[in-house]
Design a protein around this ligand. Structure first.
Ligand SMILES: CC(=O)N[C@@H](C)C(=O)N[C@@H](C)C(=O)N[C@@H](C)C(=O)O
Length: 596
């Protein structure tokens, strides 16, 4: 019989992403954003037919998709080459070319918030006239009038829910990723959704289940976030559903069955629950994947879910009972079965101060093993490494690298106090957690001292630079993907609506001058002696190109071995297939070159 070679790394490069989806109210059409033709576009399937067709061609990343309840048009948000200046476009119901609808100067942002039940009014937030705090406005599609609803003040203010009668509005105000207050505005009256907005807590995912009752997620006076309720008549706040040691991170209302769907974050995986409002019964549901990206509940009560596992790229599933799932998309890795991929082990180790840190350990198949390990600090930093599919990881594994990804202090999924541990401490605690992880790898004979690489993106890139500068003896070579290199320049270069939250997140460059010097990678140029590869998107608005330019220039001045790749048409990530392949190939080449 014909013998075929084992899967090669190039096959993993040909994996496509599904980043978002929505289903029409009659459930006859599913629209999703994917880079199936190399760039991000909207594709659709006319259900129950599952053959995807190109629905709207624009070749840019898509921030939201909304189908008019009466199927007259579709709305979508696009930016330009990853600049995150999202603007709102309309697409004919038959598909076609997106037309600008709520747009302005290319530097302004227009974030979609809500579409009225009759599809005639679009609620949105904009940076226009209020770049740091954002204004909320409503556009009436019948007469094209555009009305100011709320002027954001004190901190970025997001319109997050609108009652069906469009009389009550919930706003969320962010002071930090871990401090977001919620308030409801009805006419001239405003009420906090939680008893004391001055206490540090978060509020998100508010839902009006009728004109007077708002459910939402909060961690108010709790270590783990839970579902709470605010009654507009009595002005009472109450806790409704808590799940032990799990943080609720998504709340969806099922109007038909008077139930909520909850997704909780439990370390490296998600759990899906249904909570019945009448019986107060909480049921755990089976899911076909480990990490849930999006849940949509339709009018009929059907459930659609977008998700991924370490060996399963993003796919969309449907269920009518929350237990049996039908896979609607068939998004896989070119010719590679899940059995040919690597499932991570969940391990934990003790850090310098005895704190238990969870991590993902991915070991290559013995026949591929090249004896080298890649240490991967994740980005965020208030995020975590989870059981999601990463073509980059599976490519590294296919080439024989072991990968170790610690959820150092500051990661999400381990309670509110743990997430806060990185705030105003970017370079000490999390760095020591990384060092403890490296020693653990050596002590457990997973990694040999001379065979360790360091690769990280964004905050992970920052950590890669910092670890390189302060502890070069551990690493053979280092890859920094858009990492902040100097906290003084980084703090001033972030998008305007991030600036109000920088103090709690990172600190103040004057007040915390000593710490900023200590925790800036650029302070440790002398230590950065190992070969480096730096990768940057030219349009990145979060970690701007100057962060990479300056560290590369300084290393070159010192005659260090540094390669630099700038992708002109990318932002904070690689959305275009050809760019992604260029990056993976360069990284693999770089690592291979420095194995010896
Ligand atoms: C609400 C919000 O956007 N907060 C930001 C301050 C934030 O936490 N952004 C991160 C997701 C982020 O982009 N961080 C960069 C530095 C990264 O590590 O990816």
């Amino acid at each position: 019989m014909i013998q075929f070679p084992k899967p090669t790394v190039e096959q993993f490069f040909r994996t496509y992403a599904i980043s978002n989806f929505t289903v029409s109210s009659d459930e006859q059409r599913l629209i999703f954003s994917t880079n199936l033709n190399g760039k991000m576009n909207l594709w659709a399937m006319d259900l129950p037919d599952t053959f995807p067709y190109l629905f709207a061609h624009y070749d840019e990343s898509i921030s939201f998709i909304k189908i008019d309840p009466e199927n007259r048009y579709v709305l979508a948000g696009y930016d330009k080459d990853g600049d995150e200046n999202h603007q709102i476009y309309a697409i004919p119901n038959e598909g076609g070319l997106p037309q600008p609808l709520i747009t302005g100067d290319e530097l302004e942002k227009y974030f979609f918030s809500h579409l009225s039940e009759d599809g005639k009014r679009i609620y949105y937030m904009t940076s226009e006239e209020n770049p740091s705090f954002l204004n909320a406005r409503v556009r009436n599609l019948e007469d094209n009038s555009d009305t100011l609803l709320n002027v954001g003040e004190a901190s970025p203010t997001q319109l997050s829910a609108v009652s069906d009668d469009e009389e009550a509005f919930v706003y969320l105000r962010s002071y930090a990723n871990t401090y977001v207050t919620g308030f409801v505005k009805v006419g001239e009256e405003t009420h906090s959704l939680t008893p004391d907005p001055d206490k540090v807590h978060v509020v998100f995912d508010p839902v009006f289940i009728d004109e007077k009752t708002i459910y939402f997620v909060t961690d108010y006076e709790s270590e783990y976030s839970y579902v709470a309720k605010f009654d507009l008549d009595t002005k009472e706040f109450s806790s409704v559903v808590t799940v032990e040691k799990e943080s609720v991170d998504t709340l969806k209302w099922d109007k038909e069955n008077k139930a909520f769907y909850l997704v909780t974050e439990k370390g490296v995986a998600d759990v899906l629950y249904r909570y019945h409002l009448k019986t107060h019964k909480l049921e755990q549901l089976k899911t076909p994947i480990d990490v849930i990206g999006k849940v949509q509940v339709t009018k009929s009560g059907s459930l659609y879910l977008l998700g991924t596992s370490a060996t399963v790229p993003s796919n969309i599933f449907k269920s009518t009972d929350g237990n049996e799932w039908k896979q609607l998309t068939n998004n896989g890795v070119l010719g590679v079965s899940t059995g040919d991929m690597v499932e991570p082990e969940v391990v934990s180790y003790k850090s310098f101060d005895g704190m238990e840190i969870e991590a993902l350990l991915c070991k290559p198949k013995p026949e591929n093993d090249n004896g080298h390990t890649i240490f991967w600090p994740h980005g965020g930093p208030q995020a975590s490494e989870r059981k999601t599919f990463r073509a980059m990881f599976q490519s590294f594994l296919n080439r024989g690298y072991t990968i170790f990804a610690p959820n150092f202090r500051g990661s999400t999924g381990y309670g509110s106090s743990f997430v806060k541990l990185v705030e105003q401490d970017w370079g000490e605690g999390p760095r020591l957690d990384c060092l403890a992880a490296i020693e653990w790898l050596f002590n457990n004979n997973i990694t040999e001292r001379e065979k360790l690489f360091l690769v990280g993106g964004s905050y992970g890139g920052y950590m890669a630079l910092l670890l390189h500068g302060r502890h070069p003896e551990y690493f053979k070579a280092v890859v920094d993907i858009f990492g902040p290199s100097d906290l003084f320049t980084f703090v001033n270069s972030v998008p305007p609506h991030w600036k109000p939250i920088m103090d709690r997140w990172l600190g103040d460059p004057e007040r915390d001058k000593e710490r900023f010097i200590k925790d800036s990678p650029v302070t440790y140029l002398d230590g950065m002696t190992k070969p480096m590869l730096v990768i940057q998107g030219a349009k990145d608005p979060r970690v701007v190109k100057e962060e990479s330019d300056q560290i590369v220039a300084k290393l070159e001045e010192k005659g260090r071995d540094v390669e630099y790749l700038v992708l002109e048409d990318e932002g904070h990530g690689f959305s275009k297939k050809e760019n992604e392949i260029k990056v993976y190939n360069l990284m693999l080449e770089f690592l291979e070159k420095h194995q010896g």
